[in-house]
Design a protein around this ligand. Structure first.
Ligand code: NAI
Length: 333
């Protein structure tokens, strides 16, 4: 079966890692027609918008997109492409797995957890108001529907992936209305999933516990800002941003992207580690029903890194992006 996927190569190292991901996906034998689309500073300067309608239309049509990182520009007229894509397409769930990779220098060797972050509400609604000079309010919007659907998403994913426990992360002791509602929705959802253990932990304690012993966690679900911060922390537990994939999932559409940015310091040098976007592409294939091919890509990336002979500079090696990509393709067999 042939698929159609929107590909946004992005900016900085984006086109380099996107080309690597494209080659590796194609090497599995899956038939994909890639529809190229643009976002970021370049279209902003040319068209006056960092997220052209044609890009959104393409994603709506293909329902699946692979996206490289895009730059940002300071100034109020440049809205965040990532926040805009998530809100325009109602990609309410951000799914970020963190799994230790043998061969990567890191404090832990046995981390295997998933952060599920609410992606469309909270402080990222961007509603701010200067009440008086020097006094600003930033509104954190939470809805019962938004809380319900994200906690149910976490339980559904946990069940689908054979996970054992969901932890709701919150600050309901202080934010009694907003986080109180989030916690209540999580407790109600837990009652419908008796096969999955459930607990809840306050956000600050979660940060401490994650650093002390991340193996006590399995699937963690939380609101937008908490998830933004903790998911970077969890990627640090397994070796950093160069290895962190993510998925933004809605009821209709899904966009897969690396967690890292455009890495201007190494852009154009051909030395970026493409693993994060390649692992995001593996998640994309699984989402499309191509589970075996997705698993094969993840296994090949892990094997290449574990072998350690052909890895990029961030992992302590000397390989170029192309050489690393060739090695992953060789491991695909
Ligand atoms: P960054 O993630 O681009 O870079 C941080 C550090 O990690 C740099 O030293 C970089 O060389 C390194 N790094 C990142 N990805 C790497 C990879 N694949 N291989 C090897 N090394 C890698 O974060 P920074 O510098 O804060 O942001 C740069 C630009 O990217 C900004 O304009 C920012 O807004 C944008 N950005 C875009 C994102 C997206 O589109 N999803 C996400 C994060 C940042």
């Amino acid at each position: 079966m042939a698929y159609t996927v929107t590909l946004i190569p992005g900016e900085g190292i984006g086109p380099e890692v996107a080309a690597a991901a494209q080659r590796i996906v194609e090497a599995t034998g899956v038939q994909i027609e890639w529809r190229m689309a643009e976002a970021g500073v370049e279209p902003f300067e040319r068209l006056g918008t960092p997220l052209p309608d044609a890009t959104l239309d393409s994603i709506r049509e293909t329902k699946v997109a692979l996206k490289g990182p895009v730059g940002t520009q300071k100034g109020s007229s440049f809205r965040s492409v990532n926040v805009a894509i998530r809100r325009e397409l109602d990609l309410y769930a951000n799914f970020r797995p963190s799994r230790s990779v043998p061969g990567v220098r890191s404090r832990y060797s046995d981390v295997d957890l998933i952060v599920v972050r609410e992606n469309t509400e909270g402080l990222y609604c961007g509603i701010e108001h200067e009440v008086a000079p020097g006094v600003v309010t930033s509104l954190r919007v939470m809805t019962e529907n938004g809380c319900r659907r994200i906690v149910r998403f976490a339980f559904e994913e946990a069940r689908k992936l054979g996970r054992k426990k969901v932890t709701a992360v919150h600050k309901a002791n202080i934010l009694k209305l907003g986080d109180g509602m989030f916690l209540r929705c999580a407790q109600e959802a837990a009652a419908d999933y008796p096969d999955i253990a459930f607990d809840d932990v306050i956000i600050d304690a979660t940060a401490m516990k994650l650093v002390l012993d991340p193996t006590q966690f399995d699937v963690l679900v939380m609101e937008n800002l908490f998830g933004d911060i903790l998911s970077d922390l969890t990627s640090g537990l397994v070796g950093g941003l160069g290895l962190a994939p993510s998925a933004n999932i809605g009821s209709e559409v899904a966009v897969f992207e690396a967690v890292h940015g455009t890495a201007p310091d190494i852009a154009g040098k051909g030395i970026a580690n493409p693993s994060a976007l390649v692992l995001s592409a593996a998640m994309m294939l699984r989402h499309m029903g191509e589970t075996q091919r997705g698993d094969a890509i993840e296994a090949a990336v892990r094997a290449t890194i574990q072998e350690g002979e052909t890895v990029t500079g961030d992992l302590g090696g000397k390989a170029s992006t192309r050489e690393f990509t060739d090695a992953v393709i060789a491991h695909l067999g």
